[in-house]
Design a protein around this ligand. Structure first.
Ligand code: SAM
Length: 268
């Protein structure tokens, strides 16, 4: 049996296609999303509808964004789902999620994300944090670990800082490879992300916060005296109350924000 063909569709590696088929895991994901009639639901990468179908059973309408033309076509002509779906065929990384806001109802976004583009896709979604009530995403378990990592651990990096800057993040379900067809080579996990409110986000420029993270973690083994040398002199680092011998992984989210805001106020 060809394990790349599922429900008559040949999985396309370039689109990160690994289709869920384990009903108990699908049930757990749907329970975590907790869809209700009237919700403004959006699925990224519905594929063959493994999560779309049970979510649609519990609600009246949902929007899906699917890059693969054949899969989008199947959904548009789906015998049971079509009447409940608005299908956008295209790249979720280019999609304007704010355009889906109606009656001020925030979005509940979910998806078993294509792993090859998951990080840029998450960064794109963070830009819409004010439009989103919550997100549930299947990702590589290693990515979920990085998103929720604390300072002082190896997994702590730019993805941890930026995720935790925008959202409260918690892992909710572990998913082994055999729940997918074809089975990926890595373990997976579902993460719940609840965007913070604008008053909780203190960076004067998120672009600058991202730049500080990029510089600091680009050479994560080096002390901040060296890794931040393109942005700050040793005196400036000390004036911020920081020990020059620290490494990026020792700094908290608040410290990254403090550094970025100081640069914004004094060097921009
Ligand atoms: N939701 C289905 C499931 O759980 O079985 C499919 C999940 S599969 C891991 C990822 C899905 O995202 C595929 O349907 C793929 O075609 C779609 N996809 C890949 N890149 C995308 C992108 N940039 N924008 C929107 N959808 C994308």
């Amino acid at each position: 049996m060809n394990d790349k063909v599922h429900l008559g569709h040949r999985a396309r590696k370039r689109f990160g296609q690994n289709f869920l088929h384990d009903t108990s895991i699908i049930d757990k994901i749907v329970t975590a999303i907790d869809p209700k009639p009237g919700d403004n639901l959006v699925e990224i990468g519905p594929g063959l509808g493994a999560i779309t179908e049970p979510v649609a059973d519990l609600t009246d309408h949902l929007t899906v964004v699917e890059l693969d033309k054949d899969l989008a076509h199947r959904l548009i002509h789906h015998p049971f789902l079509a009447s409940k779906l608005t299908v956008h065929q295209g790249d979720a990384m280019q999609f304007d999620f704010a355009s889906l806001i109606t009656d001020e109802r925030k979005l509940k976004v979910f998806g078993n994300l294509p792993y090859n583009v998951s990080t840029p896709l998450l960064f794109h979604l963070f830009e819409f944090y004010q439009n989103i009530e919550h997100m549930h995403f299947m990702l590589q378990k290693e990515v979920v670990k990085r998103m929720v990592a604390s300072p002082g651990t190896k997994a702590f990096g730019r993805l941890s800082v930026m995720t935790q800057y925008y959202c409260h993040a918690m892992p909710v379900i572990d998913v082994p490879p055999e729940c997918f067809k074809p089975a990926p080579k890595v373990d997976s996990a579902v993460i719940r992300l609840i965007p913070k409110t604008p008053d909780q986000l203190k960076a004067k420029s998120t672009k600058l916060l991202n730049t500080v993270c990029l510089e600091a973690f680009n050479q994560r083994r080096k002390t901040i005296r060296n890794s931040l040398s393109n942005l700050l002199t040793p005196e400036e680092i000390e004036n911020l109350g920081l020990d020059l011998k620290l490494r990026a992984e020792n700094l908290s989210l608040d410290t990254f924000v403090k550094i970025a805001n100081w640069i914004y106020d004094n060097k921009q």
